[in-house]
Design a protein around this ligand. Sequence first.
Ligand SMILES: NC(=O)c1ccc[n+]([C@@H]2O[C@H](COP(=O)([O-])OP(=O)(O)OC[C@H]3O[C@@H](n4cnc5c(N)ncnc54)[C@H](O)[C@@H]3O)[C@@H](O)[C@H]2O)c1
Length: 261
Amino acid sequence: MTSSIKGKVAIVTGGAGMIGYATAVALAQCGAHVMLVDIHEQRLRERHTSLESLGGRVASYVADVSRSAEVEGYVAKTLEVFGRIDLFFNNAGTEGKIGPTHEYLESEFDKIIAVNLKGIFLGLRHVIPVMLKQGGGAIVNTGSIASERGLAGACAYNASKHGVIGLTRTAASEVGNQGIRINAVMPGVIDTPLLEEMLKMLFNGQVAEGKKVVGKVATQDRLGTADEVAQVVTFLLSDSASFVNGAAWEVDGGALSTIRH
Ligand SMILES: NC(=O)c1ccc[n+]([C@@H]2O[C@H](COP(=O)([O-])OP(=O)(O)OC[C@H]3O[C@@H](n4cnc5c(N)ncnc54)[C@H](O)[C@@H]3O)[C@@H](O)[C@H]2O)c1
């Protein structure tokens, strides 16, 4: 798996976050050159520095993935710095407020869809043409177990993550015969700041208690780690997954496949 990634150029959005950065580390350890993209400038700078300490070539770019011009910006910067784009982890996402669908604020709905769904579309819209020109590439979009199930109180997040799977399957069917594979990863309940923000809202600030409860959806009775997601993303981006296309891979400790009782 690692050898096919050596020397490749990878973009990771949400690269200052837990799953994004863990994936950037996994790719760098396989010998990839990495462009980190995130909206959070300070954290991005810190991640840039720590990734560089692993020894590979690193670049970073501050962008809001919901804005077309900024997506064009990170694509152009990657080409300027590295000359090509082989691998793309289209991952940035946000949790949004919690509330029933019939009371959900329209402005909040628009905001979550803009980042989690339009952001994924814009990434595909601007990266695929580069890969087509080069004659190939591999992309992983970040969905969620919320891509497959309803989660009370999270209509915008759920709708956006369902949409990510639709985009993945559609784009994969369009360019699979031109050397580009596009898959999705569906993390379960993973111990990251995004989860903590959600748990704060769902469990009235009782994050530790919330973690215990939601950890039970996995057969292992625990939360997953960002690194456990990163390993699967790295596999999907590698040539080891050369006949995997349009798939949505669960990394959820069996949550979607089982009924716990
Ligand atoms: N943690 C979980 O349990 C879980 C479960 C399923 C799916 N996911 C998905 O995994 C992905 C990564 O999340 P994470 O858990 O690592 O959380 P995280 O909060 O650590 O990382 C998310 C990153 O995305 C960045 N971001 C947010 N909005 C952005 C925007 N508009 N433009 C650019 N960057 C932006 C944030 O600054 C942050 O660094 C997200 O798409 C999330 O929905 C997470």
